[in-house]
Design a protein around this ligand. Structure first.
Ligand SMILES: [Zn+2]
Ligand SMILES: [Zn+2]
Length: 278
């Protein structure tokens, strides 16, 4: 009986001890160094030094694009089609490297971590929105819309990072994912161009699937209880990097035009949530 008891105890201890060893021996997702981080969620996959390297944006200077310093782009843009952008982090050398690992070097294991960073930016934006409309809150239909990549880039990379991150955000926040935008042609790397060239380049770069939007919106309207007040639609555009806002703006303009066709009576607000702000 006593021997049985000891054996039972050992059988319980061995697996948890092995699990503990496995946990301790784990390497950091970024640098591979030993990782026994106490950070919550996906951030526990980083060693303390990589975790501390995350350049969080904690103060917003430009209310439109969420830039942490004075912003010439939003001053020059007469009117943005989106209301505001919020990014989780600065696009510094570390984040450039992390995104390159994920996008070009097949480190798919980084996706949950990048997704969690995007979710933090989204929750910050939502907290601000709820502080601003505490009175007479209209009912919002909310959906997440990924910024599309071109067919050729999709073929070369095998996935659209914006779509993957948007799907994580949608799942975590229980929002529908509206994959309704298409890129009509391939454009060269935006970051290598002048601002003027970027703006010309994004003209008619995107198209929206109006039939799909109408269908998605109707199914949202049907699900809502019949007693509630007027409805607005709030769309959250998702991309990995925000540079001048020309891509976000072109997507938002396309969505506004398409929503006018799909549901002319429904007011629409477009926000943008991005992982990094360059
Ligand atoms: Zn590390
Ligand atoms: Zn700005």
């Amino acid at each position: 009986m006593a021997a049985d008891g000891i054996w039972q105890t050992i059988r319980h201890i061995i697996p948890s001890f092995t699990a503990l060893l496995a946990k301790r021996a784990r390497g950091c997702l970024i640098c591979g160094n030993r990782c026994d981080s106490k950070q919550p969620g996906q951030f526990g996959a980083l060693c303390e030094s990589c975790y501390r390297a995350i350049p969080w944006i904690t103060r917003v200077y430009c209310p439109v694009c969420g830039r942490p310093e004075r912003c010439p782009d939003c001053v020059r843009r007469r009117q943005a089609a989106f209301i505001a952008n919020r990014s989780a982090v600065h696009y510094d050398a570390a984040i450039r490297e992390w995104l390159a690992l994920y996008k070009y070097r097949g480190h798919q294991a980084l996706e949950p971590l990048l997704g969690d960073m995007l979710i933090i930016a989204f929750r910050g934006l939502k907290a601000q929105l709820s502080r601003h409309n505490h009175n007479s809150v209209p009912q919002y239909f909310e959906a997440v819309v990924p910024v599309p990549v071109s067919e050729s880039r999709l073929l070369e990379r095998g996935f659209n990072q914006a779509e993957r991150l948007a799907a994580r955000l949608a799942a975590s926040e229980e929002l529908p994912l509206w994959d309704v935008l298409r890129r009509t042609r391939h454009s060269d790397k935006q970051s290598l161009k002048t601002r003027g060239a970027r703006l010309r380049d994004t003209l008619h770069l995107f198209a929206a699937d109006v039939a799909e939007m109408t269908h998605l919106l109707q199914s949202m309207i049907q699900q809502r209880p019949s007693t509630v007040a007027p409805v607005s639609c709030r769309l959250f555009l998702v991309d990995d990097i925000y540079t001048t806002g020309s891509t976000a703006n072109a997507c938002a303009e396309t969505l506004l035009i398409a929503m006018k066709q799909a549901a002319p009576a429904v007011p629409i607000e477009i926000y943008c949530v991005t992982l990094a702000r360059s």
